[in-house]
Design a protein around this ligand. Structure first.
Ligand code: SF4
Length: 342
Protein backbone atom coordinates (compact mmCIF):
# COMPACT_ATOMS: atom_id res chain seq x y z
CA UNK A 1 0.00 0.00 0.00
CA UNK A 2 1.18 3.52 -0.84
CA UNK A 3 2.52 5.43 2.20
CA UNK A 4 0.54 8.61 3.02
CA UNK A 5 2.41 11.70 4.18
CA UNK A 6 1.15 15.15 5.16
CA UNK A 7 2.32 16.38 1.73
CA UNK A 8 0.83 13.63 -0.41
CA UNK A 9 -2.72 14.19 -1.71
CA UNK A 10 -5.11 11.26 -1.42
CA UNK A 11 -4.61 8.89 -4.38
CA UNK A 12 -8.26 9.22 -5.33
CA UNK A 13 -7.89 12.95 -5.98
CA UNK A 14 -4.71 12.78 -8.07
CA UNK A 15 -5.21 13.35 -11.76
CA UNK A 16 -3.49 14.25 -15.01
CA UNK A 17 -4.79 16.86 -17.44
CA UNK A 18 -3.51 16.04 -20.90
CA UNK A 19 -3.38 18.94 -23.36
CA UNK A 20 -4.70 18.54 -26.89
CA UNK A 21 -3.35 19.43 -29.36
CA UNK A 22 0.20 18.55 -28.35
CA UNK A 23 3.24 16.97 -30.00
CA UNK A 24 4.07 16.65 -33.68
CA UNK A 25 2.94 19.41 -36.01
CA UNK A 26 2.54 19.01 -39.76
CA UNK A 27 5.97 20.56 -40.50
CA UNK A 28 7.83 18.22 -38.15
CA UNK A 29 5.91 15.18 -39.34
CA UNK A 30 6.82 16.03 -42.93
CA UNK A 31 10.50 16.60 -42.13
CA UNK A 32 10.90 13.35 -40.19
CA UNK A 33 9.10 11.31 -42.89
CA UNK A 34 11.27 13.03 -45.51
CA UNK A 35 14.47 11.76 -43.84
CA UNK A 36 13.01 8.25 -43.51
CA UNK A 37 11.89 8.21 -47.16
CA UNK A 38 15.25 9.54 -48.35
CA UNK A 39 17.03 6.75 -46.46
CA UNK A 40 14.64 4.18 -47.93
CA UNK A 41 14.92 5.51 -51.48
CA UNK A 42 18.59 6.45 -51.71
CA UNK A 43 20.15 4.35 -48.95
CA UNK A 44 22.43 5.60 -46.17
CA UNK A 45 24.05 7.91 -45.64
CA UNK A 46 21.78 10.87 -46.06
CA UNK A 47 23.29 13.99 -44.52
CA UNK A 48 21.09 16.42 -42.61
CA UNK A 49 22.25 19.96 -41.96
CA UNK A 50 21.47 20.74 -38.32
CA UNK A 51 19.01 18.73 -36.27
CA UNK A 52 16.11 17.97 -38.61
CA UNK A 53 13.83 19.04 -35.75
CA UNK A 54 14.83 20.06 -32.23
CA UNK A 55 14.30 16.75 -30.45
CA UNK A 56 17.01 14.47 -29.05
CA UNK A 57 14.99 11.25 -29.42
CA UNK A 58 14.04 11.95 -33.06
CA UNK A 59 17.62 12.80 -34.00
CA UNK A 60 18.99 9.66 -32.31
CA UNK A 61 16.36 7.43 -33.97
CA UNK A 62 17.19 8.82 -37.42
CA UNK A 63 20.93 8.49 -36.76
CA UNK A 64 20.37 4.82 -36.02
CA UNK A 65 18.69 4.48 -39.41
CA UNK A 66 21.65 6.03 -41.25
CA UNK A 67 21.17 9.80 -41.17
CA UNK A 68 24.30 11.84 -40.46
CA UNK A 69 23.73 15.22 -38.83
CA UNK A 70 26.24 17.97 -39.57
CA UNK A 71 26.52 21.58 -38.45
CA UNK A 72 28.03 22.99 -41.63
CA UNK A 73 27.42 22.25 -45.32
CA UNK A 74 31.21 21.99 -45.84
CA UNK A 75 31.25 18.83 -43.68
CA UNK A 76 29.22 16.93 -46.30
CA UNK A 77 31.37 14.95 -48.79
CA UNK A 78 31.12 15.97 -52.47
CA UNK A 79 28.45 14.09 -54.39
CA UNK A 80 26.31 13.34 -51.33
CA UNK A 81 22.67 14.01 -50.57
CA UNK A 82 21.99 16.66 -47.94
CA UNK A 83 18.69 17.62 -46.40
CA UNK A 84 17.88 21.01 -44.93
CA UNK A 85 15.93 20.99 -41.69
CA UNK A 86 12.37 22.12 -40.97
CA UNK A 87 13.73 25.44 -39.62
CA UNK A 88 14.81 26.60 -43.08
CA UNK A 89 18.12 27.94 -44.36
CA UNK A 90 19.43 31.16 -45.85
CA UNK A 91 20.08 31.33 -49.64
CA UNK A 92 23.81 31.27 -48.93
CA UNK A 93 23.43 27.67 -47.70
CA UNK A 94 21.92 26.63 -51.04
CA UNK A 95 24.94 28.23 -52.71
CA UNK A 96 27.33 26.32 -50.42
CA UNK A 97 25.58 23.06 -51.35
CA UNK A 98 25.86 23.86 -55.05
CA UNK A 99 29.59 24.59 -54.68
CA UNK A 100 30.03 21.30 -52.81
CA UNK A 101 28.25 19.42 -55.64
CA UNK A 102 25.57 18.15 -53.31
CA UNK A 103 22.07 17.01 -54.21
CA UNK A 104 19.69 18.74 -51.83
CA UNK A 105 16.32 18.03 -50.27
CA UNK A 106 14.65 21.01 -48.66
CA UNK A 107 12.53 19.97 -45.67
CA UNK A 108 11.86 23.57 -44.61
CA UNK A 109 8.35 23.77 -43.17
CA UNK A 110 6.06 25.50 -45.70
CA UNK A 111 5.01 27.91 -42.94
CA UNK A 112 8.63 28.99 -42.51
CA UNK A 113 8.96 29.33 -46.29
CA UNK A 114 5.95 31.65 -46.17
CA UNK A 115 7.86 33.98 -43.81
CA UNK A 116 10.93 33.82 -46.11
CA UNK A 117 8.74 34.89 -49.03
CA UNK A 118 7.28 37.78 -47.03
CA UNK A 119 10.80 38.92 -46.15
CA UNK A 120 11.85 38.83 -49.81
CA UNK A 121 8.73 40.73 -50.91
CA UNK A 122 9.08 43.52 -48.33
CA UNK A 123 12.83 43.79 -48.99
CA UNK A 124 12.09 44.17 -52.71
CA UNK A 125 9.74 47.02 -51.80
CA UNK A 126 12.62 48.49 -49.77
CA UNK A 127 10.94 48.18 -46.37
CA UNK A 128 12.93 47.94 -43.16
CA UNK A 129 11.87 44.57 -41.71
CA UNK A 130 11.76 44.13 -37.95
CA UNK A 131 11.98 40.37 -37.42
CA UNK A 132 10.74 39.44 -33.95
CA UNK A 133 12.61 36.32 -32.92
CA UNK A 134 15.41 34.82 -30.92
CA UNK A 135 18.87 35.90 -32.01
CA UNK A 136 20.90 32.85 -33.03
CA UNK A 137 17.90 30.53 -33.55
CA UNK A 138 18.27 28.60 -36.83
CA UNK A 139 14.95 29.79 -38.19
CA UNK A 140 15.84 33.43 -37.52
CA UNK A 141 19.26 32.98 -39.14
CA UNK A 142 17.57 31.45 -42.21
CA UNK A 143 14.91 34.16 -42.55
CA UNK A 144 17.38 37.02 -41.99
CA UNK A 145 19.61 35.53 -44.65
CA UNK A 146 16.93 36.22 -47.26
CA UNK A 147 17.42 39.97 -46.92
CA UNK A 148 20.29 40.70 -44.53
CA UNK A 149 20.47 44.39 -45.48
CA UNK A 150 16.81 44.99 -44.69
CA UNK A 151 16.26 42.89 -41.56
CA UNK A 152 16.78 43.86 -37.93
CA UNK A 153 16.16 41.20 -35.28
CA UNK A 154 14.03 42.26 -32.32
CA UNK A 155 14.47 39.76 -29.51
CA UNK A 156 11.46 40.76 -27.35
CA UNK A 157 9.93 43.95 -25.92
CA UNK A 158 13.17 44.91 -24.11
CA UNK A 159 14.91 45.19 -27.50
CA UNK A 160 12.53 47.77 -28.98
CA UNK A 161 14.20 50.82 -27.48
CA UNK A 162 17.41 50.36 -29.45
CA UNK A 163 15.73 49.67 -32.83
CA UNK A 164 16.40 52.27 -35.52
CA UNK A 165 15.03 52.40 -39.08
CA UNK A 166 15.83 54.39 -42.21
CA UNK A 167 12.29 55.61 -42.94
CA UNK A 168 9.53 55.34 -40.31
CA UNK A 169 6.85 55.27 -43.02
CA UNK A 170 8.29 52.04 -44.51
CA UNK A 171 8.62 49.56 -41.68
CA UNK A 172 7.03 46.12 -41.36
CA UNK A 173 7.26 43.47 -38.64
CA UNK A 174 7.53 39.72 -39.21
CA UNK A 175 8.21 36.98 -36.67
CA UNK A 176 9.69 33.59 -35.96
CA UNK A 177 6.98 30.90 -36.15
CA UNK A 178 7.46 29.44 -32.67
CA UNK A 179 7.26 32.43 -30.32
CA UNK A 180 4.97 33.13 -27.40
CA UNK A 181 1.82 34.64 -28.93
CA UNK A 182 1.34 37.01 -25.96
CA UNK A 183 4.93 38.18 -25.73
CA UNK A 184 5.05 38.79 -29.48
CA UNK A 185 1.97 41.01 -29.27
CA UNK A 186 3.68 42.93 -26.44
CA UNK A 187 6.69 43.46 -28.69
CA UNK A 188 4.45 44.54 -31.58
CA UNK A 189 2.61 47.02 -29.33
CA UNK A 190 5.92 48.50 -28.18
CA UNK A 191 7.08 48.74 -31.81
CA UNK A 192 3.80 50.42 -32.81
CA UNK A 193 4.22 52.99 -30.07
CA UNK A 194 7.67 53.78 -31.40
CA UNK A 195 6.76 53.51 -35.11
CA UNK A 196 3.04 54.38 -35.49
CA UNK A 197 3.09 53.57 -39.24
CA UNK A 198 4.40 50.05 -38.65
CA UNK A 199 2.90 47.62 -41.19
CA UNK A 200 1.73 44.16 -40.05
CA UNK A 201 2.18 41.01 -42.14
CA UNK A 202 -0.91 39.90 -44.09
CA UNK A 203 -1.35 36.86 -41.81
CA UNK A 204 0.17 35.59 -38.56
CA UNK A 205 3.73 34.28 -38.76
CA UNK A 206 3.41 32.38 -35.47
CA UNK A 207 2.16 29.10 -36.84
CA UNK A 208 -1.09 27.31 -36.06
CA UNK A 209 0.73 24.53 -34.14
CA UNK A 210 2.55 26.93 -31.83
CA UNK A 211 -0.65 28.93 -31.12
CA UNK A 212 -2.80 25.83 -30.59
CA UNK A 213 -0.34 24.20 -28.16
CA UNK A 214 -0.05 27.42 -26.18
CA UNK A 215 -3.83 27.88 -26.05
CA UNK A 216 -4.35 24.33 -24.70
CA UNK A 217 -1.73 24.93 -21.99
CA UNK A 218 -3.35 28.26 -21.06
CA UNK A 219 -6.69 26.58 -20.52
CA UNK A 220 -5.19 23.59 -18.69
CA UNK A 221 -2.41 25.38 -16.77
CA UNK A 222 -4.64 27.40 -14.46
CA UNK A 223 -5.93 24.15 -12.87
CA UNK A 224 -2.53 22.50 -12.45
CA UNK A 225 -0.13 22.32 -9.53
CA UNK A 226 2.55 21.13 -11.90
CA UNK A 227 2.83 21.14 -15.72
CA UNK A 228 5.30 18.79 -17.36
CA UNK A 229 6.28 19.74 -20.92
CA UNK A 230 7.97 17.02 -22.94
CA UNK A 231 10.51 18.60 -25.27
CA UNK A 232 14.20 19.31 -25.78
CA UNK A 233 16.04 22.24 -24.21
CA UNK A 234 16.80 23.75 -27.63
CA UNK A 235 13.17 23.58 -28.80
CA UNK A 236 11.82 27.12 -28.88
CA UNK A 237 8.14 26.16 -28.95
CA UNK A 238 8.61 23.72 -26.04
CA UNK A 239 10.33 26.33 -23.85
CA UNK A 240 7.44 28.70 -24.60
CA UNK A 241 4.97 26.09 -23.29
CA UNK A 242 6.69 26.12 -19.88
CA UNK A 243 6.42 29.93 -19.79
CA UNK A 244 2.77 29.86 -20.86
CA UNK A 245 1.94 27.26 -18.17
CA UNK A 246 3.48 29.43 -15.44
CA UNK A 247 1.76 32.58 -16.78
CA UNK A 248 -1.56 30.69 -16.80
CA UNK A 249 -1.23 29.96 -13.08
CA UNK A 250 0.49 26.58 -12.82
CA UNK A 251 2.48 26.49 -9.58
CA UNK A 252 5.47 24.85 -11.29
CA UNK A 253 6.43 23.73 -14.77
CA UNK A 254 9.39 21.77 -16.12
CA UNK A 255 10.73 20.74 -19.50
CA UNK A 256 11.94 17.13 -19.82
CA UNK A 257 13.18 15.10 -22.75
CA UNK A 258 12.29 11.79 -21.14
CA UNK A 259 10.21 10.45 -18.23
CA UNK A 260 13.47 9.46 -16.55
CA UNK A 261 14.30 13.16 -16.08
CA UNK A 262 11.26 13.80 -13.87
CA UNK A 263 12.18 14.40 -10.24
CA UNK A 264 9.91 12.60 -7.75
CA UNK A 265 10.18 15.68 -5.50
CA UNK A 266 8.17 17.71 -8.06
CA UNK A 267 5.09 15.67 -7.08
CA UNK A 268 5.13 16.69 -3.42
CA UNK A 269 1.70 18.05 -2.53
CA UNK A 270 0.61 17.88 -6.18
CA UNK A 271 -2.99 16.89 -6.95
CA UNK A 272 -3.23 17.86 -10.62
CA UNK A 273 -0.41 17.36 -13.11
CA UNK A 274 -0.74 18.94 -16.55
CA UNK A 275 1.04 17.25 -19.43
CA UNK A 276 1.84 18.48 -22.91
CA UNK A 277 4.60 18.22 -25.51
CA UNK A 278 6.32 20.46 -28.02
CA UNK A 279 5.74 20.36 -31.77
CA UNK A 280 8.82 18.18 -32.36
CA UNK A 281 7.96 15.47 -29.82
CA UNK A 282 6.71 12.00 -30.81
CA UNK A 283 3.78 10.66 -28.80
CA UNK A 284 5.77 7.68 -27.50
CA UNK A 285 7.61 10.06 -25.14
CA UNK A 286 4.32 11.39 -23.74
CA UNK A 287 3.10 7.81 -23.25
CA UNK A 288 6.20 7.08 -21.18
CA UNK A 289 5.46 10.06 -18.93
CA UNK A 290 1.84 8.92 -18.54
CA UNK A 291 3.08 5.48 -17.47
CA UNK A 292 5.56 7.06 -15.04
CA UNK A 293 2.79 9.17 -13.51
CA UNK A 294 0.32 6.26 -13.35
CA UNK A 295 2.89 4.24 -11.42
CA UNK A 296 2.87 7.03 -8.82
CA UNK A 297 -0.89 7.20 -8.41
CA UNK A 298 -1.70 9.66 -11.20
CA UNK A 299 -3.60 7.22 -13.38
CA UNK A 300 -6.75 9.27 -13.88
CA UNK A 301 -6.27 11.14 -17.19
CA UNK A 302 -8.58 13.86 -18.53
CA UNK A 303 -8.02 15.39 -21.95
CA UNK A 304 -8.23 19.18 -22.24
CA UNK A 305 -8.95 19.78 -25.91
CA UNK A 306 -9.00 23.29 -27.34
CA UNK A 307 -8.60 22.73 -31.11
CA UNK A 308 -8.79 20.14 -33.88
CA UNK A 309 -5.83 19.89 -36.23
CA UNK A 310 -5.99 18.34 -39.67
CA UNK A 311 -3.18 20.08 -41.57
CA UNK A 312 -0.89 17.79 -43.58
CA UNK A 313 1.93 18.98 -45.86
CA UNK A 314 3.03 17.08 -48.95
CA UNK A 315 6.58 15.70 -48.92
CA UNK A 316 9.47 17.67 -50.49
CA UNK A 317 9.27 17.35 -54.27
CA UNK A 318 12.97 16.36 -54.50
CA UNK A 319 12.02 12.92 -53.12
CA UNK A 320 10.41 12.17 -56.47
CA UNK A 321 13.77 12.43 -58.29
CA UNK A 322 16.84 10.21 -58.58
CA UNK A 323 19.11 12.31 -56.41
CA UNK A 324 21.97 9.77 -56.29
CA UNK A 325 22.22 9.95 -60.09
CA UNK A 326 22.00 13.75 -60.00
CA UNK A 327 24.77 13.96 -57.39
CA UNK A 328 27.00 11.60 -59.42
CA UNK A 329 26.46 13.76 -62.51
CA UNK A 330 27.41 16.90 -60.59
CA UNK A 331 30.67 15.30 -59.51
CA UNK A 332 31.40 14.01 -63.03
CA UNK A 333 30.83 17.41 -64.65
CA UNK A 334 33.97 19.55 -64.33
CA UNK A 335 33.32 22.95 -62.76
CA UNK A 336 29.58 22.35 -62.43
CA UNK A 337 27.92 24.15 -59.58
CA UNK A 338 24.27 24.43 -60.50
CA UNK A 339 21.85 26.23 -58.23
CA UNK A 340 20.55 23.94 -55.54
CA UNK A 341 16.82 23.46 -55.44
CA UNK A 342 14.81 25.56 -53.13
S1 SF4 B 1 6.18 24.47 -35.43
FE1 SF4 B 1 4.97 25.43 -37.02
S2 SF4 B 1 6.45 26.39 -38.41
FE2 SF4 B 1 7.57 24.93 -37.11
S3 SF4 B 1 7.59 23.05 -38.31
FE3 SF4 B 1 5.78 22.96 -37.01
S4 SF4 B 1 4.10 23.78 -38.29
FE4 SF4 B 1 6.04 24.38 -39.21
Amino acid sequence: MEPMTADAPAPASRRVLLAAPRGYCAGVDRAVIAVEKALEQYGAPVYVRHEIVHNKYVVKTLENKGAIFVERTEEVPEGSIVMFSAHGVAPVVHEEAARGKLATIDATCPLVTKVHKEAIRYANEDFDILLIGHEGHEEVIGTSGEAPDHITIVDGPHDVEKVTVRDESKVVWLSQTTLSVDETMETVDALKTKFPLLVSPPSDDICYATSNRQEAVKVMGKDCDLVIVVGSKNSSNSIRLVEVALDAGAKASYLVDFASEIDEAWLQGVTTVGLTSGASVPEVLVDEVLEWLAARGYGDVEIVKTAEESIVFSLPKELRRDLRAEAAELVATPGSAPGAQK
